[in-house]
Every structure is written in C-alpha cells, then in structure tokens.
Design a protein around this ligand. Structure first.
Ligand code: ACO
Length: 401
C-alpha cells in the first residue's frame, strides 16, 4: 500500500528475456526418425523446426539465462528480486525445485523460490501469482520464468507427440509501481475431466519409476491429440475474452495477443473466436514448436524485441494445457520495448552456471534417437532474432563431431 495515496501498487512488466538452445531439429530430421513428413507437420501444426537442449543444458540453465536477461532488461540487479516463480513440467529434479537452482545461478541471496505446475498454462499461472504478490505488497520485484526441456520426455516412435515439442525458456520481471498500467485482468480455469488427455504416467507416487514402467514407455508424454485440440479451440478464446473484459476492454482494444504456441490452427481458431485478423496474433510456432510453459514468455519477448509492441499497448497472453488448464492475463505495456535487445545481449549464456552435485556422475541425458543429430558438425548458434533489425550479430560456432 502506498502510504501517500492509500492505493495498492500495480504490477508492471518491466523486464523480459528468453533463451533457446542452438541445436535445431527440422521436420526433415524427424522424417528420418519416424513415419512423418514435412508437408503433414506444416499443414497440421505450422511447425517447421524446434530447438533441442545440448547435454550440458538443463531446464534450470536455460531458465537462468532467460531470467538474467529479463533482469538486465528491467535495469535492476539480481539481488533486487524478492520472489522467483518458475513454471515448468520438466523440472531438473523432483526436488529441489528448479527455481531454487536458478536463484543460485543468477546470484540472488534473498528471494523465495518455487516451481509452478500448470503445464503449458504454467507461465500465465505464475504471472498471476506474481501479480498477487506485487499488488498485495509482499514483493517488489518478482522474476517469472517459463522453462522446458521437453525433448528428453518424448517417445521418438510416437509421431503424434514427438513432432510437436521443443526446448527453451522465457522470463519477465513483474515490478511494483504506482504508475497506471501493468496487469489489468486475469482469468484462470482448470477442468480435471481432461486430466488424462495429456499426461506422463510414470515417475510420480502413483507409478514410481521402475524397469517395468520404463519397458512400457510410461516415462514419456502421452496425449490424445484430437481431444486436446477440441479443448484448446473451445477454451482459449473464452479465457482470453474473460481476461480482456475484466480489464474493462474489448478484443478490438488489444494490440497483440500472445497465444500459447501449440499449433497454428489453434491460434487461427482463437483469432476467429475473437473475430480478429491473424495479424493481431503473435506467431513463432514455426521456429520453436510447442515449448509448453516457455512458449508465451518466449513469444512475448520476441514480440517486444521485433517492434510489435509499443508503450501504451494492451496485450493479452493466453494459454491452455494439461490439466486441462487455461489462463489469460491482459496487461498495459509501459516500458520501452527496445530495452529487450540490449538485455539479451548483456547475458552470455556460457557465463551462466547451475551448480552440479558433488561426486555424482549423471548419465548422458540425450535421448538415443537424437544422439546422431546432436553430434552432427555444422554451424549452429543462429541469431535468435533473425527478424529483428540492428541486433548485434552472434558469431557462428562449430560443434565438434
Ligand atoms: N505425421 C504424419 N501423419 C500423422 C502424424 C504425423 N506426425 N501424426 C498423426 N498422423 C496421422 C494420423 O495417424 C491420422 O491418420 P489416419 O487418418 O490414417 O488415422 C491422421 O494423421 C490424422 O490424425 P489426427 O490425430 O486426426 O490429426 P490432427 O489433425 O488432429 O492433428 C495434432 C494432430 C497436430 C496432434 C492435433 O490434434 C493437435 O495439435 N492437438 C493439440 C495438441 C496440443 O496442442 N498439445 C499440447 C498441449 S499443451 C501441454 O500442456 C503439454
């Protein structure tokens, strides 16, 4: 509460950043692994390629880079963060939380840190939690991250799932301010009748990992694609609409929607449901596939950095996912979008480290089906923003076979 005005602070997005791994898995690569083809994948999903984390990378390491970039964009110090919320369905470990590892990696001493589990809606759920902390006065700066390493949880013999998902991380800093704008309206839903439409059967208390669960492939993501598609097309537009009307706005007032990047046809259905043209929808599913909780913050950061967001714009982030869950947050953008490119450039991923356990040799985390692709020599490290003018070029590096 502001002592002078007697009003609660508002929750503004003051920083944003993202990180995606260098390795690219194309539809042509998948054609060599499973019975699929580029034409089917592009027309049914809109996906052309996705990123795959290297052996040394984890959900925490990607999250830490994206988080530090968001902190740099916000122009604050890591130590200014009071709370770290990390949305993921692919944590590094069951315990500790991945957020705790990120706290150490970004060099923060004081923040509380926890993971948020709401699958692909996780980032919006975490954002809503951050808003509650900030507007209640419990936190001044909250780091909200969505990060996923999905390529290690896919069955590369199941063409219905392995073509969809990719790895990456995105983050925002949510800060308290008395200025107008910031978060305006939030809507979240959970429909447990869809609980087994997207799930990962083994590894939890109901089915602890064993040689039998592994033999059955129960450690991989399973999905009823058509049911999930039906839920997404039914729910996303209504969830977005509720959030927008809570903000006192109409869809036409929204300069840009940042929808979860699961499938271009789902995004088209959202546009149709809101009676808006596709140029009001941010789309980058072609480059990254579905990165679950990371998809909305990666898309948000790319929208800001590519000049699609201006100060004063109303933006609506909307997602759906396993649970079934859905969430939407409408915000008024108040920070110079140009800050993001410098924020990204300020953090070199090779300088960010997540501490490993002592005397513990982890097994090679790369799935056998991807090992040959990951070992392939060739230029990697393409610029994140090939669409963005004036971003400093990153040098191409050679991966040794
Ligand atoms: N390549 C070629 N053919 C394929 C592939 C593939 N990769 N996958 C399925 N097919 C075939 C099917 O076998 C089927 O063939 P048939 O007619 O001979 O039986 C045909 O293509 C059509 O299959 P459908 O499942 O009906 O295809 P659909 O158009 O529904 O597209 C898809 C499938 C892309 C999975 C779609 O249903 C979808 O996007 N669903 C939503 C998935 C999603 O967004 N999940 C993420 C949830 S978020 C989270 O929390 C993780």
């Amino acid at each position: 509460m502001n002592a002078e005005t007697g009003r609660a602070p508002r929750a503004h997005v003051t920083g944003w950043g993202r990180y995606v791994p260098d390795h690219i898995l194309t539809n042509a690569d998948l054609e060599t692994m499973v019975d699929t083809n580029d034409e089917w994948i592009v027309t049914r999903t809109g996906i052309r390629e996705r990123r795959v984390a290297a052996a040394h990378e984890t959900t925490a390491s990607m999250a830490a880079v994206a988080g530090l970039r968001a902190i740099r964009t916000a122009g604050i110090d890591p130590e200014d963060i009071d709370l770290i919320l990390l949305a993921t369905l692919t944590p590094d470990y069951w315990m500790p939380s991945t957020a705790a590892l990120v706290k150490e990696a970004i060099g923060n001493q004081k923040a509380a840190a926890m993971d948020v589990a709401a699958a692909c809606s996780g980032f919006v759920y975490a954002f809503a939690t951050a808003q509650a902390y900030v507007t209640s006065g419990l936190a001044k700066h909250v780091l909200v991250i969505g990060a996923e390493l999905l390529t290690r949880f896919l069955d590369y013999t199941d063409r219905g799932t392995c073509i969809l998902f990719g790895d990456g991380a995105g983050a925002v800093v949510v800060s308290a301010s008395d200025e107008p704008g910031g978060s305006l309206g939030i809507e979240m839903t959970t429909e447990p009748q869809g609980a087994y439409m997207i799930w990962l059967p083994a590894g939890g208390a109901k089915a602890p990992p064993s040689s039998e669960t592994i033999r059955r492939g129960e450690h991989y993501i399973r999905m009823e694609g058509r049911e999930t598609y039906r839920f997404a097309t039914k729910t996303m537009a209504t969830t977005a609409l509720e959030s927008v009307s809570r903000a006192g706005l109409t869809p036409d007032d929204i300069a840009l929607f940042i929808p979860h990047q699961a499938n271009i046809r789902i995004i088209e259905a959202v546009a149709k449901g809101l009676d808006l043209p596709m140029d009001r929808m941010m789309v980058n599913v072609d480059k990254y596939g579905n990165t679950s909780a990371a998809s909305v913050p990666i898309a948000l950061a790319e929208a800001a950095n590519s000049g699609r967001i201006a100060v004063g714009d109303a933006i609506c982030m909307v997602a759906f996912g396993a649970g079934f869950t859905s969430g939407a947050a409408t915000i008024r953008w108040t920070v110079d979008p140009a800050r993001g490119i410098a924020g990204d450039a300020a953090v070199d991923p090779s300088t960010v480290h997540v501490r490993l356990p002592v005397d513990w040799d982890a097994v090679d985390p790369i799935p056998a089906a991807l090992a040959e692709m990951m070992a392939r020599p060739g230029p990697v490290n393409p610029p994140l923003d090939d669409v963005v003018p004036d971003e400093p070029a990153r040098p191409a590096t050679e991966v040794q076979a």
